[in-house]
Write a protein that binds this ligand. Structure first.
Ligand code: COA
Length: 206
């Protein structure tokens, strides 16, 4: 891991239903960065009428239970008595391919809908992400065009997503473990080295 990725890493990530205003605000900001700026699917704002009834999920980076920043998000919404959809899955580019944040957001999305009586969970998946969803036990159902872009319609196999009845607590994923003691407590290593040298010197002069 290089120095820049070390600096942006957290010791743990909590994947949960968004409940706080700051979580919701940062999730929408992240979506704008990913779907407007990065993917240019929307011009200024990707929010739509679905957001009025959808449940937002967030991945929060933090230390020791202190939640600092939204680094990933997705939303779920019912589309019928036992049918749910997931959409707007996004992980901050600095936190992709690390700690399985996207996978864990998908896991909580489907498992929390399952606990609410969902029997069929669908998503329209961008083609480059189909292997990721297949890996997570989703089946290809068909194709649809969304925002002028071909999407793959996929359904989750609920056998792999046991109901989660406490989505506000959600799941905690272990993050970065420091390689060196000076990354945990800067200056501590220097202090210990100085003290050890002083003890060795004292012993040698006895
Ligand atoms: C798609 C996205 C959410 C994945 O988030 P992520 O946190 O990087 O995903 P994960 O770390 O959980 O990935 C799990 C695994 O799938 C792999 N993977 C991730 N994205 C993949 C993709 N598009 N295709 C194939 N494999 C992929 C990862 O390498 C990782 O492999 P590993 O288990 O061997 O380590 C993220 O890349 C993203 O935000 N992309 C831009 C927005 C987007 O495309 N949204 C989805 C719209 S359908």
């Amino acid at each position: 891991m290089d120095t820049s990725s070390r600096l942006s890493a957290y010791s743990e990530y909590t994947i949960k239903w968004a409940t706080q205003d700051w979580e919701i605000e940062q999730a929408y900001k992240l979506r704008r960065r990913v779907f407007c700026d990065e993917q240019t699917l929307f011009e200024h704002d990707d929010r739509d009428v679905t957001d009025q009834s959808a449940q937002l999920l967030v991945a929060l980076g933090g230390y020791g239970g202190w939640h600092e920043q939204v680094v990933g998000t997705v939303r779920i919404h019912p589309a019928g008595p036992s049918t749910w959809h997931g959409s707007r899955l996004a992980v901050d580019p600095n936190f992709r391919n690390r700690g399985h944040l996207g996978s864990t957001l998908i896991k909580l999305a489907v498992s929390s809908a399952h606990a609410l009586g969902c029997r069929h969970f669908f998503a329209r998946v961008q083609p480059q992400n189909e292997p990721l969803f297949r890996h997570l036990h989703w089946d290809r159902i068909g194709e649809e065009t969304v925002c002028g872009l071909k999407h793959v319609v996929m359904e989750a196999n609920l056998d792999h997503y046991p109901p989660c009845h406490d989505p506000v607590s959600g799941f905690v994923v272990r993050g970065y473990t420091p390689d060196y003691i000076d990354e945990i407590a800067p200056g501590l290593l220097e202090l210990l080295t100085t003290q050890a040298s002083a003890v060795a010197m004292e012993r040698s002069t006895r």
